[in-house]
Design a protein around this ligand. Structure first.
Ligand code: NAD
Length: 356
């Protein structure tokens, strides 16, 4: 089948594209605006594959979306394009409202018209897969509860509020217009090719440069962590085998306090990168507690049992195997990081298709 993937130049989208091109016979069309978070370097291994095509477009542009659907005639959509960084959503929520809510609305409108005009044989198999986050459920605080697919929405940040809005739009288009959809809500991802504003790559790269490792509050916040390749495999599983209209929670069964994550990274760096910048004795000496983020949720934890029971998915990585792979990847891909630091990943776009 041919899958239209939005946000395929981002962290998770690029992992999904690599997974599909490397392990299936499906065709992929990557539709991405290439914001600061879009990095075609992450797709270097697949751009030459004839089953991969790229369209540089904005999901908020309905005309552009109609042209892409007409040109490529996809059998499914995986919608990952979003503004995704919570701190940025506090500094400037407008882009989050625009892309996450208005962009999802535009995509739903165009996908629904397109789906309505498909021949019946193709209509029945079409899927619109909306990729969302466990942050829509809000804060579990000091409880030991888990998010299930039935947990009521209670988003705290502009980011999670816009993702919650987009989830509601997707379910409304399913119920009102009959669009075949699946929705997935996933916990924190980590792994190769994550933009270095997020906790794990930020800590690795700051440590290697001898810079402070800023930890919000006392680092007591608890998150569930999932290796990005496990997420990519889960998404493809849900796209191809998930029930029409269903929601699936995806998680790594790995709850950790942020401070535990940071100290684990420091320990791994002591082992894997023992020669440090001049003034650094131990990487952990760089940890610096900073004022907490406003509205910071204390705990997220996910029950991924439905996906396990119904579709047989389980993560292959433990937190410790995944975090070791991640640190190793950043150490071996300093060039990928350098091109972000000096901005050249945006100036020279490697792997652009003919429609750039
Ligand atoms: P990312 O920020 O790394 O990538 C987002 C991609 O979307 C980028 O390539 C960017 O260029 C593209 N994009 C942004 N605005 C666009 C627009 N208007 N039109 C077209 N493309 C646009 O994000 P990510 O971490 O890969 O997350 C992907 C999806 O998964 C998001 O929907 C996010 O909410 C969700 N999610 C992320 C996590 C996580 O831990 N990173 C966890 C759960 C869910």
């Amino acid at each position: 089948m041919k899958i239209l993937i939005t946000g395929g130049a981002g962290f998770i989208g690029s992992a999904v594209i690599r997974h599909i091109i490397e392990t299936t016979q499906d065709d992929v069309v990557n539709l991405d605006k290439l914001t600061y978070a879009g990095n075609l370097d992450s797709l270097a291994g697949v751009v030459a594959n004839p089953r991969y095509q790229f369209e540089r477009e904005d999901i908020c542009d309905g005309d552009a979306l109609r042209r892409v659907f007409a040109r490529h005639q996809p059998d499914a959509v995986m919608h990952l394009a979003a503004e995704s960084h919570v701190d940025r959503s506090i500094e400037g929520p407008a882009a989050f409202v625009q892309t996450n809510i208005v962009g999802t609305y535009q995509l739903l409108e165009v996908a629904t018209r397109y789906w309505q005009e498909l021949p019946a044989s193709r209509q029945a198999h079409f899927r619109f897969h909306h990729v969302s986050t466990d942050e829509v459920y809000g804060d579990l605080g000091g409880t030991d509860a888990l998010f299930t697919e039935q947990t009521a929405y209670c988003p705290s940040s502009p980011y999670s509020a816009t993702k919650a809005s987009s989830d509601h739009l997707v379910r409304a288009w399913h119920r009102t217009f009959g669009l075949p959809v699946v929705v997935t809500s996933c916990s924190n991802n980590y792994g190769p090719c994550q933009f270095p504003e997020k906790l794990i790559p930020l800590m690795i790269l700051n440590a290697l440069e001898g810079k402070a490792l800023p930890v919000y509050g006392k680092g007591e916040q608890i998150r569930d962590w999932l290796y990005v390749e496990d997420h990519a495999r889960a998404l493809y599983t849900v796209l191809t085998r998930g029930g029409n209209g269903d929601t699936y929670n995806i998680g790594g069964f790995n709850e950790k306090k942020n401070i535990e994550v940071v100290y684990t990274l420091c320990e791994l760096l002591e082992e894997l990168a023992p020669s440090k910048p001049g003034h650094v004795r131990y990487y952990s000496d760089l940890v610096s507690f900073v004022e907490d983020r406003p509205g910071h949720d204390l705990r997220y934890a996910i029950d991924a049992g439905k996906l396990q029971r119904e579709l047989g998915w389980m993560p292959l990585e433990t937190f410790y195997s995944g975090i070791r792979k991640t640190v190793t990847w950043y150490l071996q891909n300093i060039e990928w990081c350098r091109r972000i630091h000096d901005g050249s990943y945006r100036r020279e776009r490697r792997g652009l298709g003919s429609r750039e």
